[in-house]
Design a protein around this ligand. Structure first.
Ligand SMILES: C[S@@+](CC[C@H](N)C(=O)[O-])C[C@H]1O[C@@H](n2cnc3c(N)ncnc32)[C@H](O)[C@@H]1O
Length: 220
């Protein structure tokens, strides 16, 4: 799985973030090399990230990241028809955002390693209801060819356990073929049965063609 590095700007659009959304503690779950935490903290917000790869430390991660960026670009080139460029404007702008985010991530990881917690869903080493908002980008649904419905249910229940507000998940399509995840409806029904509020909301971002929706799970 690629450790990608989306920027704060991409997160803001993917998760339709408003200013009030950053008032509380925000968890970037499966943060990878995203620049979200670095930029949010620069703006004065309280943010942290979890990812299993954080166990390797900044030096090792810095070394692997350019390879991951090239791998992501090659995958997009090989499947050009499945992507739309209106949001980015150009491939150069997308790359600029990714490189900037990666740089901000590595600098922040070195400066504030305590904000980056090594953890693998469906288990998070965080207290119940200890954050206000969980953002989950490009892990759930994206990799549904290798992570099954039961894993998704357990992962969402765990993110809901640590949040006292909402969990937002984007996108709702698979990376492999860009198709919607077939078990989404059944999973949402199961989560509602477990007492969670679920809503599919359109967001002002699209890169994988047709991937314009996030799932919000309300925990309170
Ligand atoms: C495609 S990257 C997305 C990174 C970042 N959220 C972004 O949008 O740029 C997926 C991340 O999920 C992490 N990951 C893989 N398995 C995981 C698991 N079981 N629990 C949490 N994170 C996992 C990977 O290490 C990788 O950094």
């Amino acid at each position: 799985m690629i450790m990608s590095s989306r920027s704060f700007a991409e997160y803001r659009a993917m998760f339709a973030l408003g200013d009030r959304d950053l008032d509380g503690v925000v968890l970037d779950c499966a943060g990878g090399a995203s620049g979200f935490v670095a930029e949010a903290r620069r703006m004065g917000a309280r943010a942290l990230a979890t990812d299993p790869l954080y166990a390797h430390g900044a030096a090792t991660l810095a070394e692997r990241l350019s390879g991951d960026l090239e791998q992501g670009d090659a995958m997009i080139d090989a499947n050009a028809g499945r992507f739309v460029w209106e949001w980015y404007g150009s491939a150069a702008r997308r790359r600029e955002l990714r490189v900037g985010a990666r740089r901000a991530f590595i600098a922040d990881l070195r400066r504030r390693p305590g904000s980056y917690v090594a953890a693998s869903l469906p288990h998070l080493p965080l207290a119940g209801r200890s954050v206000d908002l969980v953002l989950c980008s490009h892990l759930l649904f994206t990799w549904a060819d290798r992570l099954d419905r039961e894993w998704h249910r357990a992962a969402i229940m765990e993110m809901s356990r640590v949040s006292r507000g909402e969990v937002r998940i984007f996108p709702l399509v698979r990376m492999g073929d860009g198709e919607p995840v077939p078990f989404l409806g059944a999973l949402v029904a199961e989560l509602r049965d477990a007492g969670l509020g679920c809503e599919v909301r359109e967001v002002p971002y699209e890169f994988q063609r047709g991937a314009r929706h996030m799932l919000t799970v309300t925990c309170s």
